[in-house]
Design a protein around this ligand. Structure first.
Ligand SMILES: NCCC[C@H](NC(=O)CCC(=O)O)C(=O)O
Ligand SMILES: NC(=O)OP(=O)(O)O
Length: 316
């Protein structure tokens, strides 16, 4: 595997899921594979789970890990080709990424969208430039449009918890938030579920449709009650509008997931990528109750990352 930025980079999805579940049982079996190999983790935004789980995954494989908070500790980066750099940016990404490629065998990068210009965000400029200029395999740690390590961990969690003998009904529901949030977790989850053996239903208020490239094949409705009927899994997530790009169009009154709403489901398991705004997106009663899978998801982040890193190391 030369890059891991979306489900399209995975050539055998079921194989990758099985690999990750095998690693969960045998985390130190491939301790020699990463010996003398270095993983660089670069963050332009905050992170708790991605940072720690990916670091742990690499250590389980015997790799060395370097972490840099590039937004705080690096030079101000220029991304425009041909820029005359007489302003505030100090170094061009092509020089920074190329230098990092000298120190690292694999680079992971987190860069959120700015949510101001849709075309700019959806072009994934920063991620693409890292792929081009670092010349080493790149793992997305959540980019402007996707969060593929989260989605793989989510698929592992669904695989482990699905009811026997039936195709699970998975509902992705929009939830309220107090600010403008990226679409990437929702985009990515939809894209992955469409490749998995599940029935996917997406529900959100008017004006919150995700881009077709991620949702093709799913049932989409603005009626949350109807969507929740007989659900086996409910994935809760806020996102800002894609159509009216980056905007918050409603306070989302009535969209928070509660135990009362769970009554409509098939005693559904509830998922969220975290961090979660308690009692805004999801109630305490659900998060602290028996239907919550959020900690299992967080735990599976390690094995998702380990399966991806293992595949990259094997092709070096
Ligand atoms: N990495 C996981 C989620 C990251 C991001 N959440 C946030 O930015 C939360 C910010 C806040 O709650 O203030 C999101 O939902 O896409
Ligand atoms: N779910 C997730 O990616 O969490 P962090 O932002 O804390 O890494």
């Amino acid at each position: 595997m030369k890059k891991y930025t979306s489900v399209q980079d995975v050539d055998n999805l079921e194989g990758l899921v099985q690999e990750a579940l095998h690693l969960k049982e045998n985390p130190y079996k491939y301790k020699k594979l990463g010996e003398n190999k270095t993983l660089g983790l670069i963050f332009l935004n905050p992170s708790l789970r991605t940072r720690l789980s990916t670091q742990k995954a690499a250590q389980n494989l015997g790799m060395n890990v370097m972490v840099m908070n590039l937004d705080k500790e690096g030079w101000a980066l220029e991304t425009k080709e041909g820029a005359i750099m007489n302003g505030t940016t100090v170094e061009h990404i092509k020089d920074a990424a190329a230098a990092m490629g000298q120190y690292c065998d694999i680079i992971g990068i987190r860069s959120f969208p700015k949510l101001q210009n849709r075309e700019e965000d959806y072009n994934e400029e920063l991620l693409q430039q890292f792929i081009t200029y670092s010349k080493v395999p790149i793992v997305s740690l959540e980019s402007a449009t996707r969060h593929p390590l989260q989605s793989l961990a989510d698929l592992l969690t669904i695989t482990e918890n699905k009811p026997a003998g039936k195709k699970p009904k998975v509902v992705l529901t929009w939830a309220p938030h107090i600010k403008s949030i990226p679409q990437c977790v929702a985009n990515s989850f939809a894209e992955w579920m469409n490749q998995a053996d599940v029935e996917l239903v997406i529900t959100h208020p008017e004006g919150y449709s995700l881009a077709d490239e991620f949702t093709a094949g799913a049932t989409v409705t603005t009626n949350q009650d109807e969507a929740l009927q007989d659900a086996d899994f409910v994935y809760v997530k806020n996102w800002s509008s894609y159509e009216d790009y980056g905007k918050v169009l409603t306070d989302g009154n009535g969209w928070m997931m509660t135990n009362e709403k769970l009554q409509k489901t098939n005693n559904a398991k509830v998922m969220h990528c975290l961090p979660v705004r308690r009692n805004v997106e999801l109630s305490d009663e659900i998060l602290d109750g028996p239907n919550s899978l959020v900690l299992e998801q967080a735990n599976n982040r390690t094995y998702a990352a380990q399966a991806v890193l293992k595949r990259m190391l094997e092709t070096m």
